[in-house]
Design a protein around this ligand. Structure first.
Ligand code: MCA
Ligand code: AMP
Length: 504
């Protein structure tokens, strides 16, 4: 029997009383208890009628049980579809319908809204709250703590993660067993994770960073995690002396730097700080080293590809770069027009190929083929350059993407919403520097003929349509949007005009 992810990440810990999770309150969860719970949940999924290959859509607060649900999905061959807890009901309807999820698991407080969505598509629902309460664990508690793990091949789907798209429609990135496992194996090796590691885990577990990068590596290494519900600076400072490593988005690092307690003494027990998901300013890198003596290790990835490159563990971690391709990952820089590879040192589109690269977008074969070259390279849409020493630097994005606090936001989705509002002529949504989130969302709109937009009403209406992190932090009304001779809105002009909106 084989199930590559189960065999590598979970099976080695069966029956072991070693600590897997340190709860912030001091309690611990052993590997054996975690796996017993996962088996009980896997039995529950079976009992609910789910078959291997079915999708389970999960929008729940972070908890050990939520992580056990991921492990249970691996065991039962079910495709895990984690969703940002900030998504509105309107946003969720799309993900649930598009994925054809057979089961939706949500927080008990949103059960009623989820029931409506699930009924529309013939899915069933269960609940799982922050402290593990809800119908999922009620049912799991009656199930046996052993499970006949479902056989899976390396190309079988393990997870479906939605990423926003330039067209405004989110696309489900299909991640196979091989995609996830190959990356975890490389990262564990490259970053030298072992059984003595204790990861300070404050990221959400509905994205690649906090779920696959953090948890898969820890499981593979046999290490443990201090599992915080979210970013909480005081708790992190309090618990850091017990940890050996931390993974975070740049906002984690700038927020920690704002606290005088961050110093060499506090971080003495740490061996590794990793940053990713958004560009880390060279200035943050340098300040962090000055304060703690640690050089942050920056790496580069995408939902579609897992991690592609990393600065070296042993070797020069260069600020402003994202390091070298990981073992088994090929990275090339190409001409955006025709995809021809460019000489080393030139700037172009970053393309990647390897076992880490996803299998395509769910039910979107045309979109998938548009984003792959004939020779199997995936076109990331990021712009970059590889220097003489082989370090990759990300220089920008060809795609119209905003990254706020490590979360991706596609302007088109917000523009579509704004354009539909009474009194709005047209709109342009841009990302401008933001001291805390790196980039902040701002909207520039025009009035419709003989009408005037009511920005307060717009901000009220948006709360039911789009997740809070996508809301513009500022809306300005202008006479006309700047356009080039082709008639295209010049967002670069707007970004320059409003660059001090959140920092000035
Ligand atoms: C929260 N808010 C945000 C964000 N987060 N607004 C914009 N951008 C955000 N990222 C809203 C809240 O709803 C709140 O709204 C207000 O901003 C202040 O919230 P605050 O309490 O300060 O936020 P927080 O709860 O502390 O969260 C900030 C955070 C969090 C810690 C930076 O967003 C976070 O954990 N980000 C990590 C995301 C992540 O895991 N990315 C990896 C994606 P109000 O005004 O109503 O109070 S995976 C990926 O990108 C690839 C694969 C990769 O390479 O890793
Ligand atoms: P997502 O689609 O949420 O997985 O985000 C992936 C995008 O985040 C990439 O295409 C990059 O634009 C960006 N990204 C991830 N890591 C880094 C990094 N270290 N530096 C710059 N951008 C990054």
């Amino acid at each position: 029997m084989t199930n590559p992810l189960f065999d590598a990440l979970l099976a080695p810990h069966l029956g072991h009383d070693t600590v897997f999770i340190h709860q912030p309150d001091g309690g611990v969860v052993s590997h054996a208890d975690f796996l017993d719970n996962a088996a009980r949940i896997a039995n529950t999924l079976n009992h609910a009628g789910l078959q291997p290959g079915d999708r389970v859509a999960v929008q729940v607060p972070k908890s050990v049980e939520a992580l056990a649900l991921y492990a249970a999905s691996v065991m039962a061959g079910i495709v895990f579809l984690p969703l940002n807890t900030a998504y509105t009901t309107e946003e969720l309807s799309y993900f649930i319908a598009d994925s054809g999820a057979a089961l939706v698991i949500g927080d008990p407080s949103s059960a009623e809204a989820l029931q409506g969505i699930a009924d529309n598509v013939g899915a069933s629902i269960m609940t799982l709250g922050a402290n593990g309460h809800g119908t999922l664990m009620d049912s799991a508690s009656t199930m046996p703590a052993s499970f006949n793990v479902v056989e899976r091949g390396e190309d079988d789907l393990a997870a479906l993660l939605y990423t926003s798209g330039t067209t405004g429609r989110s696309k489900g990135a299909m991640l196979s067993q091989k995609n996830l496992l190959s990356n975890a194996l490389s990262l564990k090796q490259e970053w030298q994770y072992g059984p003595d590691d204790v990861l300070l885990h404050a990221l959400p577990i509905y994205h690649t960073h906090g779920l696959f990068v953090a948890c898969n590596i820890t499981l593979l290494a046999g290490g443990s995690m201090i599992f915080l519900p979210g970013f909480d600076r005081d708790r992190m400072i309090e618990l850091m002396p017990k940890a050996t490593s931390m993974m975070g988005v740049p906002t984690f690092y700038t927020r920690l730097l704002d606290d005088d307690r961050l110093n060499r003494d506090l971080t003495r027990h740490m061996r590794l700080f990793i940053s990713g998901s958004a560009p880390l300013l060279a200035e943050t890198h340098e300040q962090f080293e000055h304060r703690t003596g640690h050089r942050i290790l920056e790496r580069y990835g995408m939902t579609e590809t897992n991690m592609n490159t990393s600065n070296p563990y042993a070797g020069d971690r260069r600020a402003g770069t994202v390091g070298f391709p990981l073992p088994g990952v090929e990275v090339r820089i190409t001409n955006p027009e025709d995809g021809t590879p460019l000489p080393q040192g030139d700037t172009g589109v970053v393309e990647v190929r390897g076992d880490n690269v996803f299998m395509g977008y769910w039910n979107m074969p045309e979109k998938t083929s548009e984003e792959f070259r004939a020779d199997g390279f995936f076109i990331t849409g990021d712009l970059g350059r590889i220097d003489d020493d082989g370090y990759l630097t990300i220089l920008g994005r060809g795609k119209d993407l905003i990254i706020s606090g490590g979360l991706n936001i596609y302007p088109k989705e917000i523009e579509d919403f704004l354009n539909d509002q009474p009194g709005v002529g047209e709109s342009a949504v841009i990302g401008v520097p933001h001291a805390d989130f790196g980039e902040g969302v701002m909207a520039v709109i025009t009035s419709a003929p003989d009408a005037a937009p009511d920005t307060d009403a717009i901000m009220e209406k948006i709360t039911t349509s789009l997740a809070r992190f996508k809301h513009p932090r500022r809306i300005v009304v202008v006479d006309a949007l700047p356009r080039n001779t082709m008639g295209k809105v010049q967002k670069n002009v707007l970004r320059e005009t409003y660059k001090d909106s959140f920092t000035g």
